[in-house]
Structure formats: structure tokens, C-alpha cells
Ligand binder design. Sequence first.
Ligand SMILES: [Fe+2]
Ligand SMILES: [Fe+2]
Length: 318
Amino acid sequence: MLLTRAEMSFEFGGARLSPERDAELLAWMMNQFLYGEVTGIQCGHWLYDAPDLDAARFFSRQAVEEFQHVDNFVRILELLGKKPGQAHGMVRFLTSGMMPDSFEEHVCLEMAQGEGFVLLALYALIDTLDDGSAAGREIKQILQRAVKQEERHVAFGERRTIAALQTKRGLRSRLLGLSLVSMWGVRRLGAFMRDRLPKDHVVLSHLPAFLEFTQRCAETRLLRMGVLEKPLAETSAATKALALASAYALRPALELLAAPLKLLPNALNPLAPKRVTQTYLSDAQLDTRVRNARAPALARAVDEMGRIEDGEAEPAVQ
Ligand SMILES: [Fe+2]
Ligand SMILES: [Fe+2]
């Protein structure tokens, strides 16, 4: 990942969440995660729209992992003695209300940024959860296994966002606009938590500073991926306004222009992205694999020719 575990770890000053004392609060948190994990069904959409074998293979594995996480959070709720419940509206908006239009938006917004926010929350939970009881230990172990997989999801999102920006320079402004809105959504969710959850709690009293921290991490990730060219404080209001316009205001106009083409079959629509079923034979991964498989045979042939020239071997009879 572009940010290390240390860079994504917030200092809670030794404050602890107890699975027994804070069962209600932890269950509320788990229900937010649970909703996010169920949105793993979106992997199916992106598997169908994957631009290459690398992405298709990744999404098929990710779908399995996200549904393992669904079971993980249901198990944690069981350990807390609580039932699954509704997620907050802002969590639903952030995870399924902003369904991206393209693969590039998905890898940047949902994977690098969105799952990056989830990782920050999971790290915070792991670091503050009291594991003095059997339930605490099992919950922590479940979370530690899940973050290994989430780290891979974030890393894939970062890698493919960087690759997309190298070939589609015009993409930067739109990705920035969408990222600014998702950061705003996280601040709104934080404001809700600050207002509605107990303020005098040892862990929750750190919430305002933790929220600031999540914003700084998101900004650092945007800078390291190249979505942001300089820190937000140095980015002009005009650049931010243009980014928001290219993400939202210009979208209806572009969709209107492209609407007639959507009536055509995918293969005849010049604006439709090609599916893996149309491109797999020229896929970069397949190509590398074929070349690697051919390399030893080629090396043997060259070696044989050398030995014939040196008189150490007879040419093969044709
Ligand atoms: Fe997950
Ligand atoms: Fe994930």
C-alpha cells in the first residue's frame, strides 16, 4: 500500500473498547461494517466490466473475501450478544449510493479511498479493543485476518488508479471531484457519530481528532496516487470547483450525448468499454505467460544451434 500501517495508525492514548461494557457501541459499529461487506455484491458488476484478466481475476477473488467478511461481522455480533441491524444512511450512501460510472472511478473511489477509510476504522478497532476476554481475543483475531485482505484491496485500487492516470490524463480532475465528495461524506458521518454517540467515552472522546486524521490519510493517498498534485491547502478554489464540476455538473450533459449510443449492442458502441471476452487473447497477462512458456524452448533451440556450429552436435534430420 502507499501508506504504511504505522502511517494509518491513530494514537488513542491507551483508551480501550470493552466487548462487555461497550457491546452496544461495538454492535453499532459492526452493523456499519456489515453493510459495507454486503456491498461486495458490486464485485460481480465490476467483474463483468473488468478491462483485463488482472482485474477480472482480482474481483472474482475479492467477492469471495468480502462474503467471508460478512460472516466475520455476523460472528462478531454473535460474540457481542447482539443482532444484525440497519446501517446509518450516510454509510449506505458512501458504499452503495455513489455507484461509480467506470472501472477507473471504482478502483480510485471504492477501493483505494473507500476501503482505505474502512482500513483506518478497522486498525483503530484492533488497536483499542480490549482482548482480555475470550470474546475480545476472538474478535481481534477475526479483524486481524480481515485487514490482510482489505490491505490487498486497497493496494489494487491504488495500483490501478496510478496506471489509469498514466494513460488517461483527463481523468485526474474527475477523480479528484468524486474524492472530495467522499471525504465530505466521511466528515458528515463523523459529525453524526460525534453528536449522537456518548461524548465522554474514553475512545469516542478522540473522535474529532481521529476524523481529522482520516482526512489527512485520504489526502496523502490522493497525493501519492497522483490524483492530487499538491496538498489541498495549496490547491486553488478554482481547481476544486472544476474538479467538482467535472465529477457532477458535466455528467448529465455527457450522459445525454452518449444516450443514443447506449441503444447499440456493446460490440457496435464505440464508447462502450471492451469486455474481457473480447480482449483476453491479447491480454497483457496472458501474453507474458505465453512468452515465459516459450522462452525455455527458444533458449534450448539457440543452445542446440550453438552446439551444431561448434561441431559438438549433428543437425537433426528433418
Ligand atoms: Fe471487506
Ligand atoms: Fe474489501
